[in-house]
Design a protein around this ligand. Structure first.
Ligand SMILES: [Mg+2]
Length: 270
């Protein structure tokens, strides 16, 4: 009997983990992405970004594997990798989409139904292009893809912690969940990055071991299902470090920290 070689899969957050928190640079990660591609190790992007934003980044980084958007709200499986149509999916472009979140319209209606004064927060989807650029540092050309949400609403909070607790309580009564990301609070359906990872793994015939990388609170539930968990140093770590002790904590920020972690997690990789 021959021993099966461990099949690894890399699952990664983008902002502050693979991409630099401020500049969105991925430079130092690119040689490692090439190495993972060469070794047929899937790279699953699991992000709070939208479908359109993620498609553009996958193309730029030469990543072709399934991906998860808007904090676990939807999984996209490339049709060329999953030729038999799985159950309970819909086709979107060249992907099977597995919808786990709530439509944006439902989330928007909940915002209209609660009595938190609108001056207490900024809804990202209601920002102008200039305001969105100011809040994120994204380029004008790509910010529209970030503003047009399908399953979640990023929020900037401007009032007290106690008012925030009440805001969260009211949204929860509408069946929504609220998670802290690197830049925003994210309001969405009852889903998360960790649950989406568990569901994604069921679509593969092979068994994988997972290396999961994140940098902020909304990554906790996926980090907790990892075989090797990695926290990449970033400005959002202070919240995360109270919630989880990762297998690897990088010294460097993204993208160098991401590259450092993969080399530590997969020492034989060439
Ligand atoms: Mg992040």
């Amino acid at each position: 009997m021959t021993a099966n070689k461990t099949q690894w899969m890399v699952i990664t957050d983008l902002d502050g983990t693979l991409l630099n928190h401020d500049t969105y640079d991925a430079g130092a990660a690119i040689p490692i992405i090439r190495m993972l591609n060469k070794n047929s190790i899937p790279i699953i992007i699991n992000t709070s970004k939208t479908y359109r934003e993620t498609l553009a980044i996958r193309q730029e980084l030469d990543i072709h594997d399934p991906f998860i958007i808007e904090n676990g709200s939807c999984i996209y499986l490339p049709i060329e990798q999953f030729s038999d149509k799985p159950a309970n999916v819909i086709r979107q472009d060249d992907y099977w989409a597995v919808i786990l979140g709530k439509p944006y319209q439902v989330i928007s209606s909940a915002f209209n139904a609660i009595d938190t004064p609108r001056s207490f927060y900024t809804r990202f989807s209601q920002c102008t292009v200039d305001e969105a650029v100011e809040l994120t540092g994204l380029a004008h050309a790509s910010v529209n893809h970030a503003i047009n949400r399908e399953f979640s609403e990023p929020v900037k909070w401007h009032d007290s912690e106690s008012a925030l607790d009440e805001f969260k309580r009211q949204l929860k009564m509408h069946g929504l969940s609220i998670l802290q990301g690197g830049r925003f609070l994210h309001v969405m359906g009852d889903c998360g990055k960790g649950r989406a990872v568990e569901i994604l793994l069921r679509f593969y015939k092979k068994q994988f071991k997972t290396i999961i990388l994140g940098d902020s609170e909304n990554d906790v539930d996926m980090l907790s299902v990892a075989d090797k968990s990695v926290v990449v140093n970033s400005p959002s770590n202070h919240l995360l470090s109270k919630l989880i002790t990762p297998d690897i904590q990088t010294q460097a920020c993204a993208p160098e920290g991401w590259a450092e972690a993969i080399k530590l997690a997969l020492p034989g990789l060439e």
